[in-house]
Design a protein around this ligand. Structure first.
Ligand code: TXA
Ligand code: MG
Length: 322
């Protein structure tokens, strides 16, 4: 069993473990992360082992502020200043050239580093106490859905012997619910690598110019953006509302995730997708986990609205679909 703790003494316990080269799961406003010191090869090694994460998939370094971010970089593009002033602390990750002293293990050997300054008070408190950047992937086993509450983390690591004494800080349910927007600032034109709650339009307003936002689906540009990534164990399909009736005509139980007004009769089940994009983002990963835990042989998600605010949700659903 993982060790779930709350309150201010828990943050001090986590800081002590991290200072000493250990790891801890901390809440952020996006999803829970599995944290270790960016400058500690042993801690980074533990993160990869606990997650069973491919070694070629680099980590995001989390910092308190721009000053701490710059300690990890060799050059600081002017676009980074504008982006950080507008969006930090918050769910925006920038990719910039790394400093030579950054450990290869922290960036999977790349010449760049992904950095973000989280907003959640618990992770900020721990960052302050440790005084060093902390690297973290989402605190799920590799390839699975990101965790947005401590129960998700406990469930994912329940069968992992090495996680028996894993410290997990309870910061409540994550307010954003989707992983951060990732933008690469190393090229001529800023390039969106992962959609998140901060939209391309909001970024373009700050940068006063174009952003490449043809999201990568291959491993080249951003190793964590492989196509099937946010997977449920039960096969998942995205279906247009008009096609739902046909899709439910069989005998085998299907779990439908869709708006409250759908008519779904037994043996099928219905989980409600909230109708604002913010609430849907907050609930999405919990709904996917809940659907996966039913006896359904298939999960059907009714395709959400096509408006640009729903883009990050579409992105995660398309990656989860088979
Ligand atoms: O909201 C978030 O970003 C959460 C919380 C914990 O901060 N973290 C998170 O980490 O989602 P992870 O490891 O699950 O996703 C990090 C993404 C991956 O797609 C990875 O390939 C990409 O960032 N990434 C990291 N470093 C990179 C780099 N130097 N260049 C390009 N992509 C990078
Ligand atoms: Mg992840």
């Amino acid at each position: 069993m993982v060790d779930i703790q709350g309150g201010s003494s828990a943050a001090d316990n986590a800081a002590a473990r991290l200072r000493g080269g250990g790891v801890a799961v901390l809440p952020t406003e996006t999803v829970y992360g599995l944290f270790g010191r960016t400058d500690d090869a042993g801690a980074l090694e533990q993160i990869y082992a606990l997650k069973d994460r491919p070694r070629d998939n680099p980590l995001i370094a989390h910092v308190l502020d721009v000053q701490m971010a710059r300690s990890l970089t060799s050059t600081w593009p002017s676009a980074a200043d504008a982006m950080c002033r507008r969006f930090w602390p918050g769910p925006l990750t920038i990719v910039v050239p790394r400093a030579p002293e950054v450990l290869d293990r922290a960036v999977a050997g790349l010449s760049t580093i992904a950095i973000r300054s989280p907003h959640h008070p618990v992770v900020r408190r721990v960052l302050e106490a440790v005084g060093h950047p902390l690297s973290a992937p989402s605190a799920n086993r590799s390839g699975m859905v990101s965790p947005t509450c401590v129960e998700h983390v406990a469930c994912d690591f329940a069968g992992v012997p090495e996680a028996a004494d894993l410290l997990v800080l309870d910061g409540g349910p994550c307010q954003t619910g989707l992983e951060s927007t990732v933008i690469d600032l190393t090229g001529d034109l800023p390039r969106l690598l992962r959609a998140g709650s901060i939209s391309t339009e909001a970024i373009e307003e700050v940068l006063l110019g174009g952003v490449r936002d043809d999201l990568p689906t291959t491993q080249g540009a951003s190793p964590g953006t492989r196509r099937r990534h946010y997977a449920t164990t039960t096969p998942l399909r995205l279906v247009d509302c008009d096609d739902l009736e046909d899709a439910l005509s069989g005998e085998r139980p299907i779990c439908v995730i869709g708006p409250s007004w759908l008519a779904v009769a037994p043996p099928h089940r219905h989980l409600i997708m909230p109708d604002t994009h913010q609430a849907a983002a907050r609930s999405l990963f919990g709904l996917l986990r809940e659907a996966d835990a039913t006896d359904a042989t298939q999960i059907i998600v009714v395709r959400p609205p096509l408006d640009s605010e729903w883009r990050a949700i579409h992105d995660r659903l398309e990656r989860a679909a088979c």
